[in-house]
Structure formats: structure tokens, C-alpha cells
Design a protein around this ligand. Structure first.
Ligand code: PBG
Length: 329
């Protein structure tokens, strides 16, 4: 029975660092983090993304070195994105399945340099598409079912190069199933699928599109990416991806969608990832550059919010600096 004469003092559990550590409910560690990386052609290239301070586009040789550095810092997973010259882009994203293309060479180089590093690869047409869309475009429309076999071929090419986990970020209907079937048919039954299940049509992807020079040439992505107003629809997307054979599901972006992360974490039987996207990274950096925020503290607080919301996995451009801060502690 509650005795109302005894004053309730929640502050008692906050009295010291030791006590606060003891009652702490959530913690971020390097085990939770995936570092997204951009790769470009050439040699000895390390070019900063203008809208993302301290984030670079690496040539394959330096990418391998960067992965070794990340591994030594305790980061055990990367998510790779290629930035290609417009001259090799076409309507069918032909370059995406080239076994000697930039992306496949990059995957091989990372697996060779750091064999245990988990290499997550991106499946979507936009880095290779002359239309700049994630799907196949015909008269201004994104044609779902013509895109599916292209995505499946892309996934198999990446698995052949050594990818551990395939991450379809395209938001076409039915892609998890066709990718699972194609991987299994090609003998890659152990290659997993991390599905971008609830990916919203977000303005927070701006700096990423600068990094890859992959903005849509016309129109927007609203007929395939989700309406930021919706949450029930996110649950539906996750349910379908689970049924289609995904191994992990994702919510993207992160900070403005923590309610979605929470809702998905409550219903998903699969591990839940969140993508703390480029615009979120750039916002904190811009504020810090102006001296308006304490950068390390806001980053720590942001990453923690994802764990508190229920995410198991966090894709974040802060992964490397977070790992460095942890090491210095
Ligand atoms: C495209 C893709 C995007 C991101 C990852 N894959 C951008 C888009 O959908 O236009 C965004 C990542 C970020 O902003 O950090 N397939």
C-alpha cells in the first residue's frame, strides 16, 4: 500500500554518477552502429561532401584503409554507396550489375582488406539511373514491376562481390520477395536482407543527394517513398517485408520519426534499424559550427534517443566520431 505521508523523491536515484549508471535504461555502443560510406572512382581520392563536414567520398584504395580504421575503432558494419559519373548512367541502371564496376570492386576491396567487416550494400537504381530515380522510369512514371528484376540482378551482383547484407532502399512493392528468391536461386542463402521498410519522402536526404549527385532529374519520389504524415502505413510496410523474407527492417529518417521507430519496435519480430540520415547529420554540424550547440553532447543524446525509441541498429554518419569518443573515455 502506498503511504502518502512518505514524500516521493525520484531524485534519490540521480544522486551520483555511480547511481545514475546503475539505473540507466539504455546505452549506445559501437556494436549498434553502421557507418555509411561513399565511394568514387580513381586513386588516392578523399573528397569532402560540401554539405556534410568530415564526411568524404573515398576512392577504392582509401575506402579499404578507412574500413580498417573503422574496424580498429570497433565499428563492425558499413553501408556502402557509389557516386558515379553521369556518363555511365542510363535508363536501365546497366552499370549496377557490372562485375568490374566501381561498386562491385569496392565491395571486394573492403572484404579483402577487412574480411570480418559486415558489408551492407544498397539496392536501388538511383546511383546508376540517368533519371535519378530508384525505379525504372517510363514517360515520367516509375514502373514498379519493370524495376523488380533490375533490383534482383543488382542484389545478386553485389552478393557475388561479397556483400553480407543487401539493403533495398528503393521502396518498390514486392522487392524483398524477388530479391530473396534471386539470392537463393544463385546460391546466396546466407546473404541477409535489411529492408528499408518505412522510408519516407523526406527533405532530410538533401546532403546525400549532393554526395552522390543523384537527385531526380524530374519529379519527386512521392509515388514510392512514404508520406511523412502516415504511421499506420509504416506498420503495413513492415508486415509485408517480414512476410516477404526480410531479416531486418528499417525506419528512415531517424530523429523526426522516433514515434515510427517505437511503433515498429513494438510489433516487429525482426531487428529494427533506424537511419539517422544526411540532413540530420548536417543540421547538428551546422549548429555546432556556429557555436550554438555542444556537438558531442547533442550527438550522444541523439543516438541514445534511437535506442530509447526501440531501435537495435543505428545507421549514422556519426559512427566513426562516436567510436573515437568512446575510445578516449
Ligand atoms: C536512395 C537513397 C537515399 C538515401 C539512401 N538511399 C536518398 C533518396 O532516397 O533520395 C538517403 C540517405 C541519407 O540521406 O543519408 N536510394
Amino acid at each position: 500500500m502506498l503511504n502518502y505521508n512518505i514524500p516521493i523523491r525520484p531524485r534519490r536515484n540521480r544522486r551520483s554518477h555511480a547511481l545514475r549508471s546503475l539505473v540507466c535504461e539504455n546505452e549506445v555502443t559501437v556494436n549498434d552502429l553502421v557507418m555509411p560510406l561513399f565511394v568514387i572512382d580513381g586513386e588516392n581520392q578523399k573528397i569532402e561532401v560540401k554539405s556534410m563536414p568530415n564526411i568524404y567520398r573515398f576512392s577504392v584504395d582509401l575506402l579499404a584503409k578507412e574500413c580498417q580504421e573503422l574496424w580498429d575503432l570497433g565499428i563492425k558494419a558499413i553501408d556502402l554507396f557509389p557516386a558515379l559519373d553521369d556518363s555511365i548512367k542510363d535508363k536501365l541502371a546497366t552499370e549496377s550489375t557490372n562485375p568490374d564496376g566501381l561498386y562491385q570492386r569496392a565491395i571486394k576491396a573492403v572484404k579483402k582488406a577487412v574480411p570480418e567487416m559486415l558489408v551492407i550494400t544498397d539496392v536501388a537504381m538511383d546511383p546508376y539511373s540517368s533519371d535519378g530515380h530508384d525505379g525504372y522510369v517510363e514517360e515520367g512514371e516509375i514502373i514498379n514491376d519493370k524495376t523488380l528484376p533490375i533490383l534482383a540482378d543488382m542484389a545478386v551482383a553485389q552478393a557475388k562481390a561479397g556483400a553480407d547484407i543487401i539493403a533495398p532502399s528503393d521502396m518498390m512493392d514486392g522487392r524483398v520477395e524477388v530479391i530473396r528468391e534471386a539470392l537463393d536461386d544463385a546460391g546466396f542463402t546466407d546473404v541477409g536482407i535489411l529492408s528499408y521498410s518505412a522510408k519516407y519522402a523526406s527533405a532530410y536526404y538533401g546532403p546525400f543527394r549532393d554526395a552522390l549527385d543523384s537527385a531526380p532529374k524530374s519529379g519527386d519520389k512521392k509515388t514510392y517513398q512514404m508520406d511523412p504524415a502516415n504511421i499506420r502505413e509504416a506498420i503495413r510496410e513492415v508486415q509485408h517485408d517480414i512476410q516477404e523474407g526480410a531479416d531486418m527492417v528499417m525506419v528512415k529518417p531517424g530523429m523526426p520519426y522516433l514515434d515510427v521507430v517505437r511503433a515498429v519496435a513494438e510489433m516487429s519480430e525482426l531487428p529494427v534499424a533506424v537511419y539517422n540520415v544526411s540532413g540530420e547529420y548536417s543540421m547538428l554540424n551546422a549548429a555546432a559550427q556556429n557555436g550554438w550547440l555542444d556537438y558531442e553532447r547533442v550527438v550522444q543524446e541523439t543516438l541514445l534517443s534511437f535506442k530509447r525509441a526501440g531501435a537495435d541498429i543505428i545507421l549514422t554518419y556519426h559512427a566513426k566520431e562516436f567510436a573515437k569518443w568512446q575510445q578516449a573515455k
